[in-house]
Design a protein around this ligand. Structure first.
Ligand code: SAM
Length: 206
């Protein structure tokens, strides 16, 4: 990955490989998302290269972040250290879906969920219900609601919106980079600023 692409997407000279670069969310989006978590103790699933962790840690009281892949977790630790935020982040290694994974860690007040939807490679067809992401988006959301009602979840732009029917009341934010619809973020509970669809658009850098 080219240094200048990392600088543009994530705002500093962080470590990333092809996968963590692609999975990582643009810093101008994560900065806006993180505004909703000011002063809270946040659970993040999953860490990836730590790019959302950094934005959250700058605003939240504390972030407990879970990542299954040890090599990816090391990248995130290096990036959080570079950002000077190690004291605000607890890294948990393992499967966020496994029982007891959060036992003994500080209690949380809100959660930020960003499962990996590109996991099956080219030709992968995204499903939210009976989800085929890693971890499964629908099961992760359901499990997180048992911990807190204040939840944000990132979904790909091509999710069939009918699959979201029946979820608790939420704000559905469309995130645009220039004219390109990059992501959705759903906000539940106290993280929602309104009900229904909202749009966040940032300009492409020149
Ligand atoms: C989309 S990435 C997160 C990217 C991050 N939000 C960022 O902006 O840098 C999803 C991560 O989930 C991890 N993962 C997949 N299954 C998991 C599981 N069951 N428990 C914990 N982490 C998991 C993957 O290894 C991957 O790093």
């Amino acid at each position: 990955v080219r240094r200048r692409d990392i600088l543009e997407k994530f705002g500093d000279d962080y470590v990333a490989d092809d996968r963590t670069f692609k999975m990582g969310i643009d810093h101008r989006f994560t900065e806006c998302m993180a505004e909703r978590f000011v002063g809270m103790r946040v659970l993040e699933a999953c860490t990836g290269g730590g790019f959302t962790t950094i934005a959250l840690a700058r605003k939240a009281a504390h972030v407990t972040t879970v990542e299954i892949d040890p090599a990816i977790r090391l990248q995130a630790q290096a990036n959080v250290e570079r950002a000077g935020l190690l004291d605000r982040v607890t890294f948990v290694g393992g499967d966020v879906m496994s029982e007891g994974i959060l036992d003994g860690y500080p209690p949380i007040e809100a959660a930020f969920l960003d499962p990996d939807w590109a996991v099956a490679g080219a030709g992968h067809v995204y499903r939210f219900r009976r989800s085929n992401t890693e971890p499964p988006a629908d099961a992760l959301l359901e499990r997180t609601f048992r911990l807190t009602s204040h939840v944000a979840i990132v979904l790909p732009p091509f999710v069939a919106l009918g699959e979201l029917e029946g979820l608790p009341t939420h704000e559905r934010q469309e995130l645009y980079l220039g004219d390109s619809h990059e992501l959705y973020c759903l906000y539940f509970g106290g993280l929602a600023r309104s009900v229904g669809t909202t749009r966040l658009r940032v300009d492409r850098e020149r």
